[in-house]
Design a protein around this ligand. Structure first.
Ligand code: FES
Ligand code: FES
Length: 217
């Protein structure tokens, strides 16, 4: 037991000594005029970032961004459009869904710089409390939410899903992928399956979307 503890303390001491020694060696090397370690990369020489132009909710917005900025962070942190939510930040919950050039997309999984010149629609661009989008009004009517955290993503996703149905894009549950998909609850559930609701408001969400889509529940 004692020798094991001794071994542990020795190895920890060794590690500390080795770390301190290498830091000192690095300092000596730099002072001696040898080439310093490469500086961390920056977005550009001025440090101002890269210019990204987006049309957000019908308005042209110019941003200076680190190229690693996700579209979600560009919307929330830079444009202060906090209607779009960050749930998992890993493409697993759908809370961050927005429309880019009419297609629904998980904004946490894409870089803003990849959408130069694109048209981005967030929940703020769909409607206002005074003039709600039909899906927003249907979610209110059918209590399609409880805490509301997933709701902006659900509604943006539903807008995209109904457009996909209109365009005849098949889903995993479409019986015949060469035919126009049926307007059915199964189709809606499948197409909305990437949007998680931790409150479990699924049946009311389906009722809301079904009403707008003209699907009988
Ligand atoms: S925050 Fe983007 S999918 Fe969860
Ligand atoms: S309403 Fe709370 S997570 Fe969906």
């Amino acid at each position: 037991m004692d020798s094991f503890e001794d071994d542990l303390s020795v190895s920890r001491r060794d590690v500390l000594i080795a770390g301190a020694a290498s830091a000192a060696a690095a300092a000596v090397t730099t002072e001696a005029g040898a080439a310093p370690a490469a500086a961390a990369p920056t977005a550009n020489a001025s440090g101002a970032g890269t210019e990204v132009v987006l049309e957000v909710n019908g308005e042209r917005r110019t941003l200076q961004l680190d190229t690693r900025t996700t579209l979600l962070d560009a919307l929330r942190e830079h444009l202060k459009l906090t209607g779009t939510k960050k749930g998992c930040d890993h493409g697993q919950c759908g809370a961050c869904t927005v429309l880019v050039d009419g297609e629904r997309i998980n904004s946490c999984l894409t870089l803003a710089v990849m959408h130069q010149g694109s048209k981005v629609t967030t929940i703020e661009g769909l409607g206002t409390p005074q003039r709600m989008h039909p899906l927003q009004a249907a979610f209110v009517k059918h209590d399609g939410y409880q805490c509301g955290y997933c709701t902006p993503g659900q509604i943006c996703s539903a807008v995209g899903a109904l457009d996909e149905l209109r365009r005849g894009i098949p889903s995993h549950v479409s019986g015949d992928i060469t035919a126009k998909p049926l307007l059915s609850v199964d189709e809606l559930r499948e197409r909305m399956s990437g949007n998680i609701c931790r409150c479990g408001a699924y049946s009311n969400i389906v009722d809301a979307i079904s009403e707008v889509a003209g699907v009988r529940t």
